[in-house]
Design a protein around this ligand. Structure first.
Ligand SMILES: [Zn+2]
Length: 465
């Protein structure tokens, strides 16, 4: 999630059409005490790696759903290694329609209480913010979706299209439960992921833009290895020196620039960000969106580390290791090169490009395990974009709704890889770099909770009818 808003983080232009939240007072307010009680329980359940609390948390959520009227047979907890996935079926009336998948993750990143200002595993509300590990990433949405399902069930809502909750239990680490879910549930119309996309507020708290995440760059690590016979350092054999050869290879990687690429998603995203900002970068965004062959605009964007990834595959050295003694010639030197690959480009072609750029057959280039997962960009479906826009505009009329490509990977990666178009539609609005997701003192504006209930109910009603 922290990468999802990278592109729009620079937006600071205010939307004049600011309106206070207009949620349906009665049902949402009635749902709030139950929602907050579940969120309190969720934050207190330490679903971090190593504590094996995800199965118990999934069991708790299953119990809540059953109490609202879900049949036991419609709820499944799939144990996967030390964690678990939760699957919930909300049956639609038309069996010929493929289901909508709803994705979220129940695990959180580790948090050391000694380093936090407040107990990370206690939900605390202070000055309009909720604090606790997982309030932003992403237990608020987990609970808001569960509460929405409970409300639907209690109101005897019958959708035309089935909905299936596919909640993973190790998104932040191995994603083994995600792989299991994608293996079982890929025959779907599309997937909505609550862990990506979302709204950006200005520093003053005014809404700036809402992003629907429709693509993710592919993550891959390449290992560069150089070996040599070694020997006594008093007898240096400079041309064969493994460290020198690796250094030369890395220098060539640094100098190489992958070709400029674009998609309907990145062009729309750059156009909107450009229109919300002023200055040379914003001008280059607008120029590139209008004409992706504009080399000058591409050069300006490529020079900015925050935006180069939106128009190219990027590869960068991240780790280095070599030699075995201060007074010996190195027998081995290796480095890690981390790549963020433009959707649609294959790993093999990136490896071939690196091999050509390095141009030294003595440098061995291998893909580090686990094997990278290629995930194509999802086509911008009109029904999804229209429904999300309508719901967001109920709260913020006229707000720009923009598709986005994020630099990091979410559960959507495995579903897109399995052929399911996937859309990141996190309802929450935050200021840039304000939630500290994955970091210390994670927080979320408390006003997001009733809004998330409104959002999920309205969106899922629209899309399942
Ligand atoms: Zn997340």
């Amino acid at each position: 999630m922290p990468f999802a808003r990278l592109l729009i983080a620079a937006c600071l232009v205010l939307i004049t059409a600011w309106m206070p939240p207009a949620h349906s007072e009665t049902t949402t307010q009635r749902a709030m005490p139950e929602t907050m009680a579940m969120l309190r329980y969720a934050i207190a359940t330490q679903t971090v790696e190593g504590k094996d609390q995800v199965p118990a948390f999934a069991q708790y959520l299953a119990g809540k759903l059953e109490s609202a009227g879900f049949a036991k047979s419609d709820i499944e907890i799939i144990p996967v290694e030390h964690t678990a996935a939760l699957v919930v079926h909300y049956r639609g009336s038309d069996k010929n329609l493929k289901p909508i998948l709803l994705s979220a993750h129940m695990d959180v990143v580790a948090a050391n209480p000694a380093d936090w200002q407040r107990d990370p595993f206690k939900l605390i509300e202070e000055n309009g913010y909720l604090y606790g590990r997982g309030v932003a990433d992403m237990k608020t949405n987990v609970i808001a979706i569960i509460e929405t399902m409970m409300r639907f069930k209690r109101e005897h809502y019958v959708p035309k299209r089935s909905m299936i909750l596919v909640f993973s239990g190790d998104e932040e680490t191995d994603m083994a439960s995600t792989r299991e879910l994608a293996k079982r549930y890929h025959d779907a119309e599309f997937l909505l992921n609550a862990d990506a996309g979302g709204g950006t507020l200005s520093a003053q708290g005014k809404p700036v833009v809402y992003e629907i995440q429709a693509a993710e760059k592919t993550y891959a690590d390449f290992k560069l290895t150089v070996t040599s016979a070694g020997g006594h350092s008093s007898e240096p054999d400079v041309p064969k020196n493994a460290i020198y050869r690796l250094a030369r290879a890395l220098d060539r990687v640094a100098a190489y620039q992958f070709p400029v690429q674009h998609s309907e998603i990145t062009l729309a995203s750059l156009k909107a960000t450009g229109e919300h900002n002023t200055g040379p970068i914003a001008q280059a965004m607008r120029a590139f969106a209008a004409n992706p062959n504009d080399a000058k605009a591409a050069a300006v964007l490529s020079a900015d580390p925050a935006y180069v990834g939106q128009i190219r595959t990027t590869c960068v050295a991240t780790m280095l290791d070599g030699g075995h003694a201060l007074n010996a010639l190195p027998q081995r030197a290796d480095a890690n090169v981390n790549c963020r690959i433009f959707p649609g480009t294959h790993i093999a072609s990136i490896q071939a490009t690196l091999t050509k750029a390095i141009d030294d057959p003595s440098v061995k280039i291998t893909v580090r395990p686990p094997p990278p997962v290629e995930s194509p960009a999802s086509p911008l479906r009109k029904d999804v974009v229209d429904a999300v826009s309508a719901v967001v505009h109920q709260r913020y009329p006229g707000l720009d709704i923009v598709p986005g490509m994020s630099a990091g990977a979410s559960d959507s990666m495995y579903f897109r890889n399995a052929g399911v178009p996937s859309y990141g539609v996190d309802p929450t609005f935050s200021k840039p770099n304000d939630t500290f997701a994955h970091g210390l003192n994670e927080k979320l504006l408390a006003s997001n909770v009733p809004w998330a209930l409104d959002f999920w109910q309205a969106l899922l009603t629209k899309l399942s009818q």
